[in-house]
Design a protein around this ligand. Structure first.
Ligand code: ATP
Ligand code: MG
Length: 513
């Protein structure tokens, strides 16, 4: 192989750094086992992109990256969209292809399984993921419900209304009660809220009930998933991989991508600033990332962009995984310093345009014709540019990726079930709790109103001056008001108020530190 290519690669990937090995340099049809192309661990919070046409090796790339991160003590979050990631929990199986790839890339392949916790939106394949409606917030919920901008702004006002009234929005039945109340007997209270239309509230109610009928109720409520659970390290010092199993919600793509966004936003809010670290605290792989941006409002995209930009200083690296870089909005793409670009196809004029656009995002190189390389890379090969330890992008190299050391096929259903059944984390989140919140409060308010009405009616003929003074000037405290006066309720309401605009920052956001 051309010695100047290897010399450039050696300069770009100096030995002796703590790093994740991606593979070996490919040039002129040959693979050279030395030097290896690597991602420096301190740079992994600078985010990245793993892209490529279907079947080109994206999932295996995230698998081999996740493995080495875990081995370095870094916890990892992975989404298993197609059910082909669960194999990370079991050692890989040797085959002539694996052995050959290991030899070509100069990699000592040792079959290894990794510490894994499974998570699940349905609770069927892992710990039940749950978020309260208020921490999810109106922006993310609007995305899940597919609301237009007017409807989304009404939803935001409904949250504001609940906030003002101290109505806790924990689960779907809370939100449903508030929407029902506002589209019925409470409609007059809408006047204060910028002329929020009763009809729109009715539309929200219908959308929500529909989502609920699809079973979405299960992941709204308490106990909410504690994001610190993503930061676990196993007793042997390896980072725990949290694998979110999503095959059983494939028909609700908006929901799973929004849920992952909620996780990122909550992480952003809960983690302290840490500055530059030797290695990230967590690396978050956002698979099928195009789903997050499809049909997203500008406000939503702006929030994703902000969270991505800011979460870096909390020591969290995010890798978006998607077919084409054009799936990711430009201002987010610009933040993804580490790129593993698998082959792109150029069948249609549109593909061609996307290819040229993708090629332009790579730093210059005299060793490769970028467009040609991008269309001729083999399976499990990629054009790679990463940030060096000074934060400067290296020139791109074509790379043959090493084989993952864990199993490349999924766990058998029985293997997965066995792991799920024996997980303490799964047990911890298994049972929902239903504490006093908006639904109960509104029900109490209705009951109280009925009681007062009948009491007042029964007193009309024989009112004493004393009660009439007390009652005439002031309405009796409602059950809700009474509840809100209790010190416990006040703390609870305070906590919720602060989280109320939801996990995302934004225009409607209250100031936070
Ligand atoms: N690093 C690798 N080591 C060994 N085999 C690989 C590697 N990368 C890809 N392959 C082979 O290519 C196949 C497809 O890879 P993979 O499933 O990662 O593609 P993908 O880009 O995720 O596809 P999709 O878009 O359909 O999800 C794998 O099943 C495996 O056989
Ligand atoms: Mg894949």
């Amino acid at each position: 192989m051309d010695e100047s290519v290897l010399a450039a690669a050696r300069a770009a990937f100096p030995a002796g750094q703590s790093s994740v090995t991606l593979g070996a340099v490919v040039h002129g049809g040959h693979t050279h086992p030395e030097p290896t192309v690597r991602l420096a661990l301190p740079m992994m919070n600078r985010h990245g992109l793993i892209a490529g046409a279907t079947g080109t090796g994206k999932t295996k790339t995230l698998q081999l990256m996740a493995e080495q991160l875990s081995a370095a003590g870094v916890p990892v979050f992975l989404a298993d969209v197609k059910g082909d990631v669960s194999g990370v929990a079991a050692p890989g199986e040797s085959s002539p292809r694996v052995t050959q790839r290991a030899t070509e890339t100069g990699y000592t392949w040792t079959p290894t399984g990794y510490p894994v916790e499974f998570l699940s939106l349905t609770g069927a394949h892992g710990a039940q993921m749950r978020a309260t409606v208020s921490s999810f917030g109106p922006l993310l919920l609007a995305k899940v419900l597919g609301l237009n901008e007017t409807q989304a702004s009404v939803l935001a006002m409904v949250f504001k209304y609940a906030d003002d009234r101290g109505l806790l929005l924990l689960d779907f039945s809370d939100l449903r009660s508030v929407l029902q109340y506002l589209s019925g007997e409470g409609a007059s209270e809408l006047a204060e809220y910028g002329g929020m239309a009763k009809q729109t509230v009715g539309v929200l109610l219908r959308e929500m009930v529909q989502l609920e009928q699809q079973g979405a109720g299960a992941f709204f409520g308490e106990p909410e998933f504690d994001l610190n659970d993503l930061l676990q390290v196993a007793p042997d010092g390896r980072g725990v991989m949290s694998v979110l199993e999503l095959q059983d919600v494939q028909d609700k793509p908006a929901l799973s991508s929004t849920f992952m966004m909620w996780m990122l936003a909550r992480l952003y809010h809960t983690l302290p600033e840490v500055g530059d670290l030797d290695k990230p605290k967590l690396v978050f792989f956002f698979d099928e990332a195009h789903l997050l941006f499809e049909g997203a409002s500008p406000a939503f995209r702006e929030q994703v962009e902000q969270v991505a930009r800011l979460i870096r200083s909390k020591g969290v690296g995010v890798f978006f995984v998607t077919q084409s870089p054009k799936d990711v909005p430009a201002d987010i793409l610009a933040q993804l310093g580490n790129r593993v670009q698998h082959a792109l196809r150029a069948f249609t004029p549109d593909d061609d345009k996307a290819l040229r656009a993708a090629a332009r995002t790579f730093p210059k190189t005299k060793f490769y014709d970028i467009e040609e390389t991008l269309t001729t890379l083999g399976i499990g090969e990629a054009l790679v540019t990463v940030l060096d330890t000074k934060g400067v992008p290296t020139q791109p190299f074509a790379v043959r990726m090493i084989p993952p050391s864990s199993r490349m096929s999924p766990l058998a259903p029985a293997e997965l079930q066995q792991r799920v059944m024996s997980s303490a984390q799964v047990r911890e989140y298994a049972k929902p709790v239903d504490r006093e919140s908006a639904r109960e409060m509104l029900a109490a308010r209705a009951a109280e109103a009925a009681r007062v009405t009948s009491e007042v009616e029964s007193r009309i003929p024989t009112q004493s001056p004393q009660t009439s003074r007390g009652r005439a000037t002031r309405e009796p405290p409602t059950a809700l008001e009474q509840a809100l006066r209790s010190p416990l309720a006040r703390t609870v309401a305070g906590v919720v108020t602060r989280g109320l605009m939801g996990a995302l920052l934004g225009g409607t956001r209250r100031r936070r530190r």
